[in-house]
Design a protein around this ligand. Structure first.
Ligand SMILES: [Zn+2]
Length: 115
Protein backbone atom coordinates (compact mmCIF):
# COMPACT_ATOMS: atom_id res chain seq x y z
CA UNK A 1 0.00 0.00 0.00
CA UNK A 2 2.76 2.43 0.96
CA UNK A 3 4.82 1.40 -2.08
CA UNK A 4 1.88 1.90 -4.39
CA UNK A 5 1.36 5.40 -3.03
CA UNK A 6 5.04 6.30 -3.56
CA UNK A 7 5.00 4.84 -7.07
CA UNK A 8 1.81 6.72 -7.97
CA UNK A 9 3.24 9.96 -6.62
CA UNK A 10 6.32 9.54 -8.81
CA UNK A 11 4.17 8.82 -11.87
CA UNK A 12 2.06 11.92 -11.20
CA UNK A 13 5.23 14.03 -10.85
CA UNK A 14 6.50 12.51 -14.09
CA UNK A 15 3.25 13.54 -15.75
CA UNK A 16 3.92 17.19 -14.82
CA UNK A 17 7.49 16.93 -16.17
CA UNK A 18 6.37 15.34 -19.47
CA UNK A 19 3.58 17.91 -19.78
CA UNK A 20 5.96 20.85 -19.20
CA UNK A 21 8.60 19.57 -21.64
CA UNK A 22 5.94 18.91 -24.28
CA UNK A 23 4.49 22.40 -23.92
CA UNK A 24 7.98 23.93 -24.20
CA UNK A 25 8.70 21.86 -27.32
CA UNK A 26 5.33 22.78 -28.81
CA UNK A 27 5.88 26.52 -28.31
CA UNK A 28 9.45 26.16 -29.58
CA UNK A 29 8.23 24.63 -32.85
CA UNK A 30 5.43 27.22 -33.13
CA UNK A 31 7.96 30.05 -32.68
CA UNK A 32 10.29 28.57 -35.29
CA UNK A 33 7.37 28.02 -37.70
CA UNK A 34 6.17 31.58 -37.13
CA UNK A 35 9.42 33.51 -37.44
CA UNK A 36 12.01 31.41 -39.27
CA UNK A 37 12.56 31.82 -43.00
CA UNK A 38 10.92 28.85 -44.77
CA UNK A 39 8.42 28.06 -47.52
CA UNK A 40 4.78 28.32 -46.42
CA UNK A 41 4.02 24.62 -46.90
CA UNK A 42 6.89 23.69 -44.53
CA UNK A 43 5.46 26.16 -42.00
CA UNK A 44 2.02 24.53 -42.26
CA UNK A 45 3.45 21.00 -41.98
CA UNK A 46 5.48 21.99 -38.91
CA UNK A 47 2.41 23.46 -37.21
CA UNK A 48 0.32 20.37 -38.01
CA UNK A 49 3.01 18.07 -36.61
CA UNK A 50 3.35 20.24 -33.49
CA UNK A 51 -0.40 20.15 -32.89
CA UNK A 52 -0.69 16.41 -33.53
CA UNK A 53 2.19 15.88 -31.08
CA UNK A 54 0.53 18.05 -28.44
CA UNK A 55 -2.81 16.22 -28.82
CA UNK A 56 -1.11 12.81 -28.60
CA UNK A 57 0.72 13.84 -25.43
CA UNK A 58 -2.45 15.34 -23.94
CA UNK A 59 -4.39 12.10 -24.53
CA UNK A 60 -1.57 9.97 -23.12
CA UNK A 61 -1.22 12.16 -20.02
CA UNK A 62 -4.98 12.13 -19.48
CA UNK A 63 -4.90 8.32 -19.69
CA UNK A 64 -2.08 8.32 -17.15
CA UNK A 65 -4.06 10.61 -14.87
CA UNK A 66 -7.07 8.31 -15.11
CA UNK A 67 -5.25 5.10 -14.18
CA UNK A 68 -2.63 6.38 -11.71
CA UNK A 69 -3.88 6.80 -8.16
CA UNK A 70 -7.49 7.58 -7.29
CA UNK A 71 -10.00 10.37 -7.19
CA UNK A 72 -11.50 11.01 -3.79
CA UNK A 73 -15.11 12.08 -3.35
CA UNK A 74 -15.36 15.34 -1.39
CA UNK A 75 -18.67 14.24 0.18
CA UNK A 76 -18.14 10.65 1.32
CA UNK A 77 -14.32 10.35 0.87
CA UNK A 78 -14.72 7.24 -1.28
CA UNK A 79 -11.62 6.60 -3.44
CA UNK A 80 -12.07 5.23 -6.96
CA UNK A 81 -10.73 5.11 -10.52
CA UNK A 82 -13.09 6.92 -12.90
CA UNK A 83 -13.61 6.05 -16.57
CA UNK A 84 -11.53 7.77 -19.25
CA UNK A 85 -14.74 9.32 -20.61
CA UNK A 86 -15.62 10.80 -17.21
CA UNK A 87 -12.12 12.28 -16.89
CA UNK A 88 -12.16 13.56 -20.45
CA UNK A 89 -15.51 15.32 -20.05
CA UNK A 90 -15.01 16.62 -16.51
CA UNK A 91 -14.24 20.25 -15.80
CA UNK A 92 -10.98 20.60 -13.98
CA UNK A 93 -8.77 22.98 -12.05
CA UNK A 94 -5.31 21.48 -12.12
CA UNK A 95 -5.79 17.94 -10.96
CA UNK A 96 -9.06 18.51 -9.13
CA UNK A 97 -11.98 17.43 -11.28
CA UNK A 98 -15.72 17.87 -11.10
CA UNK A 99 -16.91 14.25 -11.07
CA UNK A 100 -19.87 12.19 -9.94
CA UNK A 101 -19.03 9.78 -7.13
CA UNK A 102 -20.00 6.16 -8.00
CA UNK A 103 -20.79 5.47 -4.32
CA UNK A 104 -22.92 8.40 -3.14
CA UNK A 105 -23.77 9.66 -6.69
CA UNK A 106 -23.13 13.28 -5.69
CA UNK A 107 -21.18 15.67 -7.90
CA UNK A 108 -18.23 17.36 -6.26
CA UNK A 109 -14.74 18.70 -6.89
CA UNK A 110 -12.67 15.59 -6.38
CA UNK A 111 -8.98 15.58 -5.57
CA UNK A 112 -6.43 13.27 -7.14
CA UNK A 113 -4.81 11.16 -4.44
CA UNK A 114 -1.79 8.88 -4.85
CA UNK A 115 -3.22 6.06 -2.76
ZN1 LIG B 1 -19.17 10.06 -2.64
Amino acid sequence: MKNEKKYNKELLDLEVVIGSISMAMFFGVVLVASFAEMPDFVRVILLIIAMAFLFAIAFALLKMEQIVGYYQCAKCHHKYVPTYKAIFLAMHMGRTRHLTCPKCHKKSWQKKVAG
